[in-house]
Design a protein around this ligand. Structure first.
Ligand SMILES: Nc1ncnc2c1ncn2[C@@H]1O[C@H](COP(=O)(O)OP(=O)(O)OP(=O)(O)O)[C@@H](O)[C@H]1O
Ligand SMILES: [Mg+2]
Length: 228
């Protein structure tokens, strides 16, 4: 992405971001509440129009991808399934819209542990179940790129461990995994590379170990760059 900005009235949610995300590792997108993480991710997916700049995915804007779910799997903060739809219906519909074989629906339901909940309507899902369904949707097209906005939100301890391992294994398969969080511990646990933003600007774009550097911990390093 190059010089990406987004203003809402007089608020500069994102302010001139330029960075490149590489495959084969988990890249953490770290920043305080309101730092601009979700806004940036929405622009990456063509869901918000940039005030300046652009985002390219393998050289093209998201809107130009054919069968986008087979290229980029995304989890945003919001509940994406229609409340009245059953879990498997939601996934089957997504699969159909992107020419993804129906067999993937069962595969991802199993992968996220929702086999027994697949006939429930989305409105009856707990936060953690909704999160698992959204992760299933992200994995549906077996995409080489994953964008996950706060994926541990609402997950139980077992779910948190599961998503950490999932992200690492997806990266180990050579995929690009971009994950936002405001939780330092999550980042320390999963990310190899870090992009830190504050007030819509990049403060750091480096490996986790280089970011920690001379500091005693990731917390310590984060406080140092924030206060600079
Ligand atoms: N649709 C919108 N209309 C107006 N302001 C918005 C809108 N979306 C985001 N903002 C503002 O943009 C800024 C960045 O918000 P954003 O949701 O991108 O932050 P975030 O880093 O994802 O925070 P969090 O960790 O709380 O999820 C905030 O000041 C927010 O109030
Ligand atoms: Mg957010």
């Amino acid at each position: 992405m190059h010089n990406l900005s987004k203003s809402y009235g007089s608020t500069k949610a994102v302010d001139g971001l330029s960075f490149t995300i590489h495959p084969g590792r988990v890249t953490g997108f770290l920043g305080a509440n309101g730092a601009g993480k979700s806004t940036t991710m929405r622009m990456m997916l063509g869901l918000a129009r940039p005030s300046t700049g652009h985002v390219l995915i393998d050289g093209v804007p998201y809107q130009h991808l054919t069968r986008p779910l087979t290229k980029v799997g995304a989890l945003l903060e919001t509940r994406s399934a229609h409340p009245g739809r059953r879990a498997y219906q939601h996934l089957r519909w997504l699969a159909q819209s992107n020419n993804i074989p129906a067999s993937r629906v069962e595969a991802v339901l199993e992968e996220v542990g929702l086999q027994n909940e697949k006939s429930k309507r989305a409105k009856g899902f707990s936060l953690g179940m909704a999160q698992r369904l959204a992760i299933a949707a992200a994995l549906l097209g077996d995409p080489p790129i994953l964008l996950l906005d706060e994926p541990v939100n609402g997950l139980d301890p077992e779910g948190i461990i599961w998503i950490r391992e999932l992200m690492k294994s997806l990266a180990a398969q050579g995929r690009t995994v971009f994950v936002s969080s405001h939780l330092l511990g999550e980042m320390a646990n999963t990310a190899e590379h870090l992009i830190v933003i504050d007030h819509g600007r990049v403060l750091a774009d480096t490996t986790v170990s280089a970011f920690i550097g001379e500091s005693t911990s990731l917390e310590d390093a984060y406080l140092r760059v924030i206060q600079r």
